[in-house]
Write a protein that binds this ligand. Structure first.
Ligand SMILES: N[C@@H](CCC(=O)NCCCC(=O)O)C(=O)O
Length: 270
């Protein structure tokens, strides 16, 4: 088998945007670049088709899933929150795809990494709720970036985070604190059942969580490691740890006999 065929296949979630009077399934190139370069894996864009996607077939073939960030917000009815203010960007079809897909991914034991909106989706998928405007919560700072700023400014490392002592992220990072970028207006309010906090900002905002009883890697961060993923040491470490977990999952699955419709299907080899 060629080295190219050995590469990991990583699903990356897409948003739906109305562009030129049609819907496009889109995502920032930073995520696919991070998968291609920091993980040396093959990114496969997962369209936001909601229940039309056959999760079992998809999860049988993927080595891992990256739940991406997005300018849009989760519709508050998913966490019994008050209606969003006028003008807030939403994406019902992404919600209808990622919320069940996260639960299914973890149930299937497929490794996952979630970033920004992805972290918020994981929290909501596990029964948690969100602050819709973190900057208005007493004691909190403004975690948003300015859309008009150049990317180097928007993605600049902006604030400290402290890793939970003894946590998975502290082990991945090899330190107890780091500086991260910040491009979000929403954040975790009530923590989802079964999630554990892995990092916090000085104002108390939850910056990273993990699914406590997941069979495989299931980590989510509120910042953006996909930015300069091959250059920033913490980002490199996160994608390396995710890649290791995906490789182990691929190896375990390839050892299992083929099943018709289960999560143990062998990959087709030449
Ligand atoms: N809209 C939510 C989530 C923030 C988020 O994921 N930002 C990423 C923007 C850039 C990108 O598409 O990658 C919030 O504001 O909290």
């Amino acid at each position: 088998m060629s080295a190219e065929r050995d590469r990991l296949l990583i699903g990356v979630t897409a948003c739906v945007r109305d562009l030129d009077r049609r819907d496009f399934h889109v995502l920032s190139s930073f995520y696919v670049d991070a998968v291609a370069h920091a993980m040396e894996a093959v990114p496969l864009v997962i369209p936001a088709l909601g229940p039309a996607v056959d999760w079992t077939t998809m999860l049988d073939r993927l080595d891992g899933l990256l739940f991406t960030g997005s300018p849009s917000n989760i519709e508050p009815h998913h966490y019994a929150g008050p209606p969003a203010r006028d003008g807030v960007m939403k994406d019902a079809r992404r919600d209808a795809t990622t919320l069940p897909l996260i639960r299914e991914t973890i149930r299937a034991g497929v490794p996952m990494l979630a970033i920004c909106r992805g972290l918020q989706e994981l929290n909501v998928a596990y029964g948690g709720s969100l602050h819709q405007h973190v900057e208005e919560v007493p004691g909190r700072t403004d975690h948003r970036s300015r859309d008009s700023d150049p990317m180097e400014v928007r993605y600049a490392l902006r604030h400290e985070i402290a890793f939970t002592p003894g946590g998975q992220l502290a082990a991945i990072a090899g330190t107890d604190h780091a500086r991260v970028n910040s491009l979000h207006g929403q954040g975790i309010d009530r923590l989802g059942t079964g999630l554990e906090v892995e990092a916090t900002a000085p104002d108390g905002t939850i910056e990273a969580v993990r699914v406590a009883d997941a069979q495989a890697f299931a980590l989510a961060v509120q910042w953006h490691p996909e930015w300069k993923a091959t250059e920033i040491p913490l980002s490199r470490a996160i994608f390396a740890a995710f890649g290791d977990a995906c490789r182990q999952h691929a190896e375990r699955r390839n050892d299992r006999p083929a099943q018709a419709g289960g999560y143990g299907r062998n990959r087709i080899v030449a």
